[in-house]
Design a protein around this ligand. Structure first.
Ligand code: ACO
Length: 430
């Protein structure tokens, strides 16, 4: 990055030069790091709508054009030609692997898929009706109590082992959370299966019957993982970076990311979107919900619509929609009422002035829920599947931050609007 250009800020008759940083692509960035020291002012940006919190080489998004690239490669190409573990390698190490590198990486991940047997006891401490995300936050956080040999963040080798462990074990933990919630025995990973097939196997097989993974469904699952693998500095990734900036261990940081992802404005939207479609129930009730979404006095929002960054379309949603059509065809699901509501809602919303004007399009969560539901996952598993897919993005961003010599503890400032200094009044006199 060159910082030869600068902007001028005039404040109380004083002029300050703010260097302009030039990215590979995307908007230029005003460097305000020295502003407080020089001018005694903070900048104000709740929700970080205009603030770059770090440099990153991992993911690029152009929200106006609807583009998403991992390490420069467009998501559409990766979804069509690559597969999740290759994408994991790309996100972690910056380049696509050659055949030997890929084989070695796959073998390293595969050999870490089991969790410590004693971790089963953690699951048993949860209520059976606990949300699988609640279980995952707890169990992933607890990994730091088991894998002491990969918590020293100053050691690059330990960081590497932690990354592989997290990518390998998250599907196992998500599947265990699911099995526990439905009262079935845990199913151990099978290392001869590919990543997506192994996950489907751990979720849907039972010891009493033979289960064969349908390769077309495994491919659709793999695509869901790929499309969710990273999304630059979103809320959960920023949470992971902020937690990691204090020196917290990687397992604790990823648990923090999972907690953040759970919210319905973020990863929880896939569950909320399908629940909304079920609540609408029939096509004739759609106008009522569209009216509610537009009503300023009603907090209701159409879940699965809108995005902070994409104001044209969500490129992941395009691929996901194609995948949804393929999966539904494959499973012979055509007249499902939820699907009919989804299709009609999408059509009406895309033609409605309110949604056009506010640039609200179906996002990735709108279609992923439809696929996952068709595959047999309950809505409560949608966000855990997002979490396991995003783990590689979180860990790649965390590794990038730890390896960055500019890394400092994240510490935003505030606009204080509370009381001015006042004296304590004894309770009897209040
Ligand atoms: N339904 C109805 N109106 C909406 C919706 C929606 N889904 N989303 C935004 N709007 C309206 C807002 O009310 C607001 O209207 P106003 O300008 O009249 O006040 C305007 O559009 C702008 O919306 P903001 O909430 O300011 O946009 P922001 O960028 O802060 O929020 C968000 C983006 C959180 C995704 C929002 O669109 C939303 O809540 N969508 C539903 C939840 C969802 O699907 N989240 C998944 C995001 S993708 C992901 O995490 C993978």
């Amino acid at each position: 990055m060159a910082d030869t250009k600068s902007a001028k800020l005039v404040l109380n008759d004083q002029s300050y030069d703010l260097p302009i940083l030039t990215p590979t692509i995307g908007p230029e960035v005003l460097d305000i790091r020295k502003l407080y020291g020089q001018a005694d002012v903070f900048t104000y940006d709740p929700g970080f709508t205009s603030t770059a919190s770090c440099d990153s080489t991992i993911t690029f998004i152009d929200g106006d054009k609807g583009e998403l690239w991992y390490r420069g490669y467009p998501i559409e190409q990766l979804a069509a030609k690559s597969h999740y573990l290759e994408v994991c390698y790309l996100l972690l190490y910056g380049e696509l692997p050659d055949a030997d590198q890929l084989k070695d990486f796959e073998s390293r991940v595969t050999h870490h898929t089991m969790v410590h047997e004693q971790m089963n006891n953690f699951f048993r401490g949860f209520r059976r009706d606990a949300h699988p995300m609640a279980t995952m936050v707890g169990v992933v956080g607890a990994m730091s109590a088991f894998y002491h040999d990969s918590t020293d963040i100053a050691d690059p080798w330990q960081r590497e082992v932690a990354a592989i462990r997290l990518i390998a074990k998250l599907p196992t933990i998500a599947a265990m959370a699911y099995k526990y919630s439905i009262g079935q025995p845990f199913v151990y990973p099978q290392n001869e299966l590919d990543y997506a097939s192994n996950f489907l196997h751990m979720c849907f097989s039972v010891p009493a019957a033979k289960y064969t993974v349908d390769p077309a469904l495994a491919r659709a699952m793999d695509r869901i993982f790929t499309l969710h693998a990273d999304h630059e500095q979103n809320a959960s990734t920023s949470t992971v970076r902020l937690a990691g900036s204090s020196g917290a261990n990687p397992f604790a940081c990823i648990a923090a990311g999972i907690a953040c992802l759970w919210g319905p404005a973020h990863g929880g939207a896939n569950q909320a979107a399908l629940e909304m479609l079920k609540e609408i129930g029939t096509v004739d009730r759609i106008p009522e919900y569209i009216a509610r979404a537009k009503d300023k006095n009603d907090p209701f929002k159409l879940m699965g619509f809108g995005h902070r960054v994409y104001k044209n379309f969500d490129p992941r949603a395009k691929v996901m929609k194609e995948s949804a059509d393929e999966v539904l065809d494959l499973l012979g699901i055509h007249n499902n009422p939820t699907l009919q509501v989804a299709k009609e809602l999408e059509k009406i919303a895309l033609e409605d002035e309110y949604f056009i004007e506010k640039k609200l399009y179906p996002n990735v969560d709108f279609y992923s829920g439809i696929i996952l539901s068709a595959m047999g996952f309950p809505t409560s598993m949608f966000t855990p599947i997002f979490a396991l897919s995003r783990t590689v993005g979180w860990i790649a961003q965390w590794k990038e931050m730890i390896g960055d010599p500019q890394n400092k503890i994240g510490r935003p400032r505030q606009l204080y609007v509370g009381s001015n200094k006042r004296d304590y009044v004894d309770v009897a006199k209040r």
